[in-house]
Design a binder for this molecule. Structure first.
Ligand SMILES: Cc1cc2nc3c(=O)[nH]c(=O)nc-3n(C[C@H](O)[C@H](O)[C@H](O)COP(=O)(O)OP(=O)(O)OC[C@H]3O[C@@H](n4cnc5c(N)ncnc54)[C@H](O)[C@@H]3O)c2cc1C
Length: 240
Protein backbone atom coordinates (compact mmCIF):
# COMPACT_ATOMS: atom_id res chain seq x y z
CA UNK A 1 0.00 0.00 0.00
CA UNK A 2 1.39 3.41 -0.92
CA UNK A 3 1.15 5.67 2.11
CA UNK A 4 3.46 8.45 3.36
CA UNK A 5 4.55 7.28 6.85
CA UNK A 6 5.64 10.76 7.81
CA UNK A 7 4.14 11.67 11.16
CA UNK A 8 3.16 8.68 13.33
CA UNK A 9 6.70 7.65 14.28
CA UNK A 10 7.02 10.26 17.05
CA UNK A 11 4.00 9.08 19.04
CA UNK A 12 4.68 7.19 22.29
CA UNK A 13 4.73 3.39 21.92
CA UNK A 14 6.08 2.64 18.46
CA UNK A 15 9.62 1.73 17.41
CA UNK A 16 11.25 1.08 14.05
CA UNK A 17 13.52 -1.91 13.51
CA UNK A 18 15.53 -3.55 10.73
CA UNK A 19 15.21 -7.20 9.67
CA UNK A 20 17.68 -8.02 12.44
CA UNK A 21 15.17 -6.66 14.95
CA UNK A 22 17.40 -3.74 15.92
CA UNK A 23 16.36 -0.13 16.31
CA UNK A 24 18.55 2.11 14.16
CA UNK A 25 17.78 5.68 15.23
CA UNK A 26 15.47 8.17 16.82
CA UNK A 27 12.06 7.44 15.29
CA UNK A 28 10.77 10.90 16.24
CA UNK A 29 13.35 12.65 14.06
CA UNK A 30 12.31 14.15 10.72
CA UNK A 31 11.60 11.70 7.89
CA UNK A 32 14.83 12.86 6.28
CA UNK A 33 16.87 12.11 9.42
CA UNK A 34 15.00 8.87 10.02
CA UNK A 35 15.84 7.55 6.55
CA UNK A 36 19.46 8.62 6.92
CA UNK A 37 19.63 6.50 10.09
CA UNK A 38 18.10 3.58 8.18
CA UNK A 39 20.44 3.79 5.19
CA UNK A 40 23.40 3.88 7.59
CA UNK A 41 22.17 0.74 9.39
CA UNK A 42 21.55 -1.48 6.36
CA UNK A 43 24.37 -3.76 5.22
CA UNK A 44 25.45 -3.35 1.57
CA UNK A 45 23.24 -5.41 -0.73
CA UNK A 46 20.44 -5.87 1.82
CA UNK A 47 16.94 -4.48 1.19
CA UNK A 48 16.51 -0.97 2.60
CA UNK A 49 13.38 -1.53 4.67
CA UNK A 50 12.19 -1.15 8.23
CA UNK A 51 9.20 -2.21 10.30
CA UNK A 52 7.18 0.02 12.59
CA UNK A 53 6.21 -2.07 15.62
CA UNK A 54 3.60 -1.18 18.23
CA UNK A 55 1.05 -2.77 20.54
CA UNK A 56 -2.72 -2.79 20.24
CA UNK A 57 -3.16 0.13 22.64
CA UNK A 58 -1.00 2.30 20.39
CA UNK A 59 -2.72 1.27 17.18
CA UNK A 60 -6.18 1.88 18.61
CA UNK A 61 -5.23 5.28 20.01
CA UNK A 62 -3.13 6.75 17.19
CA UNK A 63 -3.43 4.37 14.23
CA UNK A 64 -0.34 2.96 12.53
CA UNK A 65 0.43 4.30 9.07
CA UNK A 66 -2.62 3.89 6.87
CA UNK A 67 -4.45 1.77 9.46
CA UNK A 68 -6.81 4.05 11.34
CA UNK A 69 -7.38 4.27 15.11
CA UNK A 70 -10.48 3.03 16.98
CA UNK A 71 -13.27 2.55 15.93
CA UNK A 72 -12.16 1.81 12.34
CA UNK A 73 -11.80 -1.94 11.75
CA UNK A 74 -8.32 -3.35 11.11
CA UNK A 75 -9.55 -6.24 8.96
CA UNK A 76 -9.07 -4.54 5.61
CA UNK A 77 -5.43 -3.66 6.42
CA UNK A 78 -4.73 -7.13 7.81
CA UNK A 79 -6.33 -8.92 4.84
CA UNK A 80 -4.22 -6.95 2.37
CA UNK A 81 -1.06 -7.90 4.30
CA UNK A 82 -0.29 -4.24 5.03
CA UNK A 83 -0.84 -4.57 8.79
CA UNK A 84 0.77 -7.68 10.31
CA UNK A 85 -0.72 -8.75 13.66
CA UNK A 86 0.38 -11.45 16.12
CA UNK A 87 -0.25 -12.35 19.77
CA UNK A 88 3.42 -12.13 20.78
CA UNK A 89 6.47 -10.11 19.74
CA UNK A 90 8.32 -13.27 18.60
CA UNK A 91 5.41 -14.42 16.44
CA UNK A 92 5.05 -10.93 14.98
CA UNK A 93 8.74 -11.03 14.06
CA UNK A 94 8.36 -14.44 12.38
CA UNK A 95 5.38 -13.23 10.32
CA UNK A 96 7.33 -10.15 9.18
CA UNK A 97 10.59 -11.96 8.42
CA UNK A 98 12.37 -10.19 11.31
CA UNK A 99 14.81 -12.05 13.56
CA UNK A 100 12.53 -13.06 16.53
CA UNK A 101 15.26 -13.13 19.19
CA UNK A 102 16.60 -9.79 17.97
CA UNK A 103 13.19 -8.09 18.11
CA UNK A 104 12.38 -9.59 21.53
CA UNK A 105 15.66 -8.32 22.98
CA UNK A 106 15.11 -4.88 21.43
CA UNK A 107 11.56 -4.54 22.77
CA UNK A 108 12.58 -5.79 26.24
CA UNK A 109 15.41 -3.27 26.46
CA UNK A 110 13.26 -0.46 25.09
CA UNK A 111 10.38 -1.26 27.50
CA UNK A 112 12.62 -1.35 30.58
CA UNK A 113 13.43 2.35 30.12
CA UNK A 114 10.23 3.39 28.33
CA UNK A 115 8.21 2.69 31.49
CA UNK A 116 10.05 5.67 32.99
CA UNK A 117 9.70 7.73 29.80
CA UNK A 118 13.37 7.33 28.88
CA UNK A 119 15.13 6.25 25.69
CA UNK A 120 18.83 5.86 26.53
CA UNK A 121 19.56 4.39 23.07
CA UNK A 122 18.46 7.38 20.95
CA UNK A 123 17.08 10.04 23.32
CA UNK A 124 13.63 10.08 21.76
CA UNK A 125 11.75 13.16 22.87
CA UNK A 126 15.03 15.02 23.43
CA UNK A 127 14.39 17.81 20.91
CA UNK A 128 11.49 20.22 20.31
CA UNK A 129 11.08 18.64 16.84
CA UNK A 130 10.62 15.22 18.49
CA UNK A 131 8.14 16.50 21.06
CA UNK A 132 5.96 18.29 18.50
CA UNK A 133 5.34 14.95 16.79
CA UNK A 134 4.61 13.19 20.12
CA UNK A 135 1.49 13.19 22.28
CA UNK A 136 1.46 16.18 24.68
CA UNK A 137 -0.99 14.34 26.96
CA UNK A 138 1.46 11.49 27.49
CA UNK A 139 3.71 12.03 30.50
CA UNK A 140 6.58 12.23 31.33
CA UNK A 141 7.87 11.90 27.74
CA UNK A 142 5.43 12.65 24.89
CA UNK A 143 7.43 10.36 22.55
CA UNK A 144 8.10 7.31 24.72
CA UNK A 145 5.80 4.54 26.06
CA UNK A 146 6.32 0.79 26.46
CA UNK A 147 5.11 -1.75 23.89
CA UNK A 148 3.66 -4.47 26.08
CA UNK A 149 -0.01 -5.33 25.65
CA UNK A 150 -0.67 -7.70 22.75
CA UNK A 151 -1.75 -8.27 20.14
CA UNK A 152 1.18 -6.56 18.48
CA UNK A 153 1.18 -4.91 15.07
CA UNK A 154 3.78 -4.08 12.44
CA UNK A 155 3.92 -2.24 9.13
CA UNK A 156 6.78 -2.54 6.66
CA UNK A 157 8.13 0.74 5.29
CA UNK A 158 10.57 1.51 2.46
CA UNK A 159 12.20 4.78 1.37
CA UNK A 160 10.31 7.13 -0.95
CA UNK A 161 11.04 10.46 -2.53
CA UNK A 162 9.33 13.78 -1.82
CA UNK A 163 11.79 15.90 -3.73
CA UNK A 164 15.47 16.32 -4.41
CA UNK A 165 18.35 18.48 -3.24
CA UNK A 166 20.04 18.11 -6.63
CA UNK A 167 19.20 20.35 -9.57
CA UNK A 168 20.33 23.19 -11.77
CA UNK A 169 22.80 25.64 -10.26
CA UNK A 170 21.30 29.14 -9.97
CA UNK A 171 22.22 32.59 -8.70
CA UNK A 172 20.35 34.62 -6.05
CA UNK A 173 17.76 35.68 -8.66
CA UNK A 174 17.09 32.02 -9.61
CA UNK A 175 18.86 32.47 -12.96
CA UNK A 176 20.32 29.18 -14.17
CA UNK A 177 24.10 29.20 -14.38
CA UNK A 178 25.95 27.57 -17.26
CA UNK A 179 29.17 25.55 -17.07
CA UNK A 180 31.04 28.85 -17.08
CA UNK A 181 29.08 29.90 -13.94
CA UNK A 182 27.43 32.74 -15.89
CA UNK A 183 23.63 33.15 -16.08
CA UNK A 184 21.99 31.68 -19.17
CA UNK A 185 19.81 34.54 -20.50
CA UNK A 186 16.10 34.03 -19.90
CA UNK A 187 16.44 30.68 -18.09
CA UNK A 188 15.24 30.47 -14.46
CA UNK A 189 14.72 27.51 -12.13
CA UNK A 190 12.93 27.01 -8.79
CA UNK A 191 11.47 24.09 -6.88
CA UNK A 192 12.92 20.67 -7.52
CA UNK A 193 14.57 21.85 -10.74
CA UNK A 194 16.83 24.16 -8.74
CA UNK A 195 19.80 22.88 -6.73
CA UNK A 196 18.51 23.27 -3.16
CA UNK A 197 19.85 26.07 -0.97
CA UNK A 198 19.53 23.60 1.93
CA UNK A 199 22.65 21.75 0.75
CA UNK A 200 21.32 18.28 1.58
CA UNK A 201 20.02 19.17 5.05
CA UNK A 202 16.50 19.16 6.49
CA UNK A 203 16.25 21.81 9.20
CA UNK A 204 12.43 21.69 9.29
CA UNK A 205 9.29 21.23 7.25
CA UNK A 206 8.77 23.46 4.21
CA UNK A 207 12.31 23.27 2.87
CA UNK A 208 11.13 22.60 -0.68
CA UNK A 209 7.96 24.68 -0.91
CA UNK A 210 9.42 27.67 0.98
CA UNK A 211 12.45 28.17 -1.31
CA UNK A 212 10.31 27.30 -4.37
CA UNK A 213 7.96 30.21 -3.64
CA UNK A 214 10.76 32.53 -2.56
CA UNK A 215 12.91 31.97 -5.63
CA UNK A 216 9.87 31.97 -7.89
CA UNK A 217 9.11 35.46 -6.56
CA UNK A 218 12.74 36.56 -6.96
CA UNK A 219 12.80 35.17 -10.49
CA UNK A 220 9.67 37.15 -11.37
CA UNK A 221 11.15 40.35 -9.91
CA UNK A 222 14.31 39.78 -11.96
CA UNK A 223 12.33 39.18 -15.14
CA UNK A 224 10.40 42.41 -14.63
CA UNK A 225 13.60 44.32 -13.87
CA UNK A 226 15.15 43.04 -17.10
CA UNK A 227 12.26 44.13 -19.25
CA UNK A 228 10.13 41.00 -18.77
CA UNK A 229 8.00 40.22 -21.78
CA UNK A 230 10.18 42.18 -24.19
CA UNK A 231 13.24 40.12 -23.29
CA UNK A 232 11.29 36.87 -23.50
CA UNK A 233 10.06 37.86 -26.98
CA UNK A 234 13.65 38.41 -28.05
CA UNK A 235 14.67 34.98 -26.76
CA UNK A 236 11.66 33.37 -28.47
CA UNK A 237 12.55 35.07 -31.74
CA UNK A 238 16.17 33.91 -31.42
CA UNK A 239 14.98 30.33 -30.84
CA UNK A 240 12.73 30.46 -33.91
C1 LIG B 1 3.47 13.56 0.28
C2 LIG B 1 4.32 14.79 0.13
C3 LIG B 1 4.36 15.71 1.17
C4 LIG B 1 5.15 16.85 1.05
N1 LIG B 1 5.15 17.75 2.07
C5 LIG B 1 5.86 18.88 1.95
C6 LIG B 1 5.84 19.87 2.98
O1 LIG B 1 5.16 19.72 4.00
N2 LIG B 1 6.59 20.96 2.82
C7 LIG B 1 7.37 21.16 1.73
O2 LIG B 1 8.04 22.19 1.64
N3 LIG B 1 7.42 20.25 0.73
C8 LIG B 1 6.69 19.11 0.82
N4 LIG B 1 6.72 18.18 -0.19
C9 LIG B 1 7.60 18.40 -1.33
C10 LIG B 1 7.00 19.40 -2.28
O3 LIG B 1 5.62 19.15 -2.43
C11 LIG B 1 7.71 19.26 -3.65
O4 LIG B 1 9.08 19.29 -3.46
C12 LIG B 1 7.25 20.42 -4.54
O5 LIG B 1 5.88 20.31 -4.80
C13 LIG B 1 8.03 20.41 -5.83
O6 LIG B 1 7.51 21.45 -6.64
P1 LIG B 1 7.96 21.61 -8.11
O7 LIG B 1 7.11 22.70 -8.69
O8 LIG B 1 9.45 21.75 -8.18
O9 LIG B 1 7.64 20.22 -8.82
P2 LIG B 1 6.22 19.53 -9.04
O10 LIG B 1 5.24 19.95 -8.01
O11 LIG B 1 6.53 18.08 -9.22
O12 LIG B 1 5.75 20.18 -10.42
C14 LIG B 1 6.26 19.74 -11.64
C15 LIG B 1 5.14 19.82 -12.65
O13 LIG B 1 5.65 19.59 -13.94
C16 LIG B 1 4.78 18.73 -14.63
N5 LIG B 1 5.58 18.05 -15.66
C17 LIG B 1 6.48 17.05 -15.51
N6 LIG B 1 7.00 16.71 -16.69
C18 LIG B 1 6.44 17.52 -17.60
C19 LIG B 1 6.60 17.65 -19.02
N7 LIG B 1 7.45 16.89 -19.70
N8 LIG B 1 5.85 18.58 -19.64
C20 LIG B 1 5.00 19.37 -18.94
N9 LIG B 1 4.81 19.29 -17.61
C21 LIG B 1 5.52 18.37 -16.96
C22 LIG B 1 4.25 17.81 -13.57
O14 LIG B 1 3.03 17.22 -13.97
C23 LIG B 1 4.06 18.77 -12.40
O15 LIG B 1 2.81 19.40 -12.43
C24 LIG B 1 5.91 17.06 -0.12
C25 LIG B 1 5.86 16.14 -1.17
C26 LIG B 1 5.07 15.02 -1.04
C27 LIG B 1 5.02 14.05 -2.20
Amino acid sequence: MNYPHLIDRGKPGVIAVTARGNRFGNEADSYHGFMRHLFAAIEPGAEVAAWLVCDHRFQRRYGLGASKPFPVSLKRYQRSGYLVTAPTIEELARRCGIDPAGLKATVDFYNRHAREGRDPAFDRGGTPYNRVSGDPDHKPNPCVAPIEHGPFHAVKIVPGSLGTFAGLKTDAAARVLGNDNRPIPGLYATGNDMSSVMGGHYPSGGITLGPAMTFGYLAALDMVARGGAAEMDDIGAAAD
